[in-house]
Design a protein around this ligand. Sequence first.
Ligand code: ATP
Ligand code: MG
Length: 250
Amino acid sequence: MLEVQAVSKAFRGIHAIEDVSFRIEPNSITSLIGPNGAGKTTMINVITGVLAPTRGALLFAGQPIAGRRPHQVASLGIRRTFQTVRLFDKLTVRENLTVGGYRQLSGRRWLHRFLPMNLGDAAGRRRADEVLAMFDLTALADEIATDLPYGTQRRVELARALMGRPRFALLDEPAAGMNEKETAQLVRDVRRIRDEGVTVLLVEHDMSMVMSVSDKVVVLNFGRKIAEGTPGEVQRNPDVIASYLGSDDA
Ligand SMILES: Nc1ncnc2c1ncn2[C@@H]1O[C@H](COP(=O)(O)OP(=O)(O)OP(=O)(O)O)[C@@H](O)[C@H]1O
Ligand SMILES: [Mg+2]
């Protein structure tokens, strides 16, 4: 689904990503882990077109995408969630899905302002019902999203990313700030997304989540890939233990 080939990204002297390569198989869950500042969010930004790589190539379903604009990347069926919650204030859960779905599809930040508050077209409403049910959010559909517990808000964001039936979803620390019960629900959500045919790239610090959901784990440290393999292989890798799993960070 995605091939990252020798990608580097530098910001004025800081090598956020250095010569990183990995592959993501269709319909799999791949986790990208590493200490704070390892380059994980930068990699998501490079894949989604927010940043252009300094060097290297990215192939999505065989097509080169490096340097394309975010809305062009989105139009190929790639969606992401952010490290911090970015829901619309004063809109219900359902409105966040329908309006957010349009916004993500159009790639235009301002478009939601011109949409009627009562939610897009019939197809959009049907898809919202489907996605709400998929995430067990139907009972909360008419609540103001930002009034809900933080963990639920994060799950609404994830649901919103699914509105446009993406082929590939990139999730930036979805479990951050979640309690144990919310994280368990999130694990089910991520598996359900994969079972719907979506390929997932998960950036996450919660190691029990990473080890239980991932088909493959890629480990970054100071912008470089230090390991890649199944959860079991990565957990036994001495470099990973020394630089990450053995530290207080994990
Ligand atoms: N826009 C930017 N301008 C300058 N430096 C940046 C920028 N974005 C990221 N960096 C730097 O690049 C490095 C990698 O940052 P990145 O946010 O990708 O790390 P991360 O692995 O997502 O960390 P965290 O786990 O804390 O979210 C850091 O040193 C960071 O300070
Ligand atoms: Mg980050």
